[in-house]
Design a protein around this ligand. Sequence first.
Ligand code: PMP
Length: 364
Amino acid sequence: MQRVYNFSAGPSMLPLEVLEKAQEELLCYGDSGMSVMEMSHRSRDFEEIIEAAESSLRQLMNIPSNYKVLFLQGGASTQFAAVPLNLLSDHKCADYIVSGQFSDKAMKEAKKYGDIAIAASSAGASPSYSTVPKTERSDFRPDADYVHICFNNTIYGTKFPYIPDTGNIPLVADISSCILSEPIDVTKFGLLYAGAQKNVGPAGLTIVIVREDLIGNARPDTPVMLNYKALADGKSMYNTPPCFSIYMAKLVFDWLLSIGGLEEMKRRNERKASLLYDYLDNQTYYTAPVDKNCRSMMNVVFVTGDPALDKKFVAEASEAGLKSLGGHRSIGGMRASIYNAMPYEGVEKLIAFMKKFAVENPKL
Ligand code: PMP
């Protein structure tokens, strides 16, 4: 068996140690005599797994005790609706910073439930969304119930280089593609959410970290499965949770703790990302279209400038064991997602391939 370097934007690579541990425990977890996949979510063994997952995540992210951690389903996209349903409580208005497709989708979903304004947008940048808008406190309506951002824009390869100052207005962030990549000050946010399938584990799990005072004010017609109060009161087990994905997430959290937590993860991620960006900055064959001040450490976007060459690049890279390097279907080009589990050697191999491809395919 030959494992490849998988640059997919998600689902994406998991640490080998984690997969091996899961393999070891696949048929029989502890002395339970069964797989985690077969286990009742009400069993003591599973309760221990979900409690340990929460406690490791709290430790990793330094989550204060006045925040609830929820392990949910439905992907980050479900939170596009759950956030307004739960948080549009006082004035029924909220402000969105639109820095890419996912924040645009979140904004459009929220519009179904209240008075939603775009506080700032980088849609008009050239290329579109190649930067993140700068904002000041005065850009937000003082009566907004919350301000929403997407912290790392998976498709465009940008990340907020700053945390918007919203004063007393709760800040909500979609951190799907940067969760656990580096330390984050949770206290600066009212709510954080993320789909698991990039840095946390297999698809099927969505993590919500929400300050307690924002729970309990959902619209009366909020479906119970989207109501943070019902979900928090049920300790993420109002119904059957995504048990195996939670178990895998716990293994990933423990792996992160074992390597030294998020400071060490940040060091490794910076090392990988700067290797690739330094290469891009010091040659002329490929272009990295993103504003340098807003570059993502997780998703590195680049193009040759010729869509036919881009296609050839992606196909030949795949044959060389460098998988899923195609840019998002909406923008094309290339995107190397170098999440936590991508080893340094994967980026070295990618750069070696990029050099070889540039020599073999001169531009006319
Ligand atoms: N937000 C961001 C930043 C994403 O990258 C994605 C998926 N790639 C989503 C939201 C949508 O997530 P899901 O597929 O979990 O609904």
